[in-house]
Design a protein around this ligand. Structure first.
Ligand SMILES: [Zn+2]
Length: 148
């Protein structure tokens, strides 16, 4: 099982973005990206242009196209998508149906309470796309290590 390394500044930035964008009443989503040269070392938080409500979120398709081009130009890839839920963290049927990247090994992290709780993985939910395309919940500590 590959173990991703997440710099502490990235978990802090993640909560900052999720809280300021979501304002404790809207979902927010962002991505953790890394280089193809060293895929397990997460490097950047990317906050997409999106619309959202308390229970739904849609990413601007023009933004997505620019994002793919930018990642390709820089030799980077998205490893983890992160989004908030109003209370409990889990994967809804919509979450299952529309990952950013429908690819085995892609990880989706859900943060409860619009990320208003403590910075970290308390009550968070991590799930991974399997080789048959299904999702399976995985242990967060086994897959993501906060460094620094
Ligand atoms: Zn947002």
């Amino acid at each position: 099982m590959p173990l991703f390394s997440l710099p502490r500044r990235m978990i802090e930035e993640t909560f900052h973005v999720l809280r300021s964008c979501g304002d404790n009443r809207r979902e927010c989503q962002l991505y953790w990206v890394s280089s193809w040269n060293d895929p397990l070392k997460l490097l950047e938080v990317v906050h997409p242009r999106h619309l959202s409500s308390a229970y739904a979120l849609s990413i601007d398709s023009g933004w997505i196209n620019e994002f793919w081009n930018d990642l390709a130009d820089r030799g980077m890839g998205v490893r983890v998508q992160v989004h908030t839920h109003p209370s409990e963290a889990f994967h809804s049927a919509t979450d299952d149906a529309y990952p950013l990247l429908p690819e085995a090994g892609f990880l989706s992290l859900v943060i409860p309470d619009f990320a208003m709780g403590p910075v970290g993985f308390d009550r968070a939910y991590l799930t991974e796309i399997q080789s048959d395309g299904s999702w399976q919940q995985v242990d967060i500590e086994a897959r993501i290590q906060i460094d620094g």
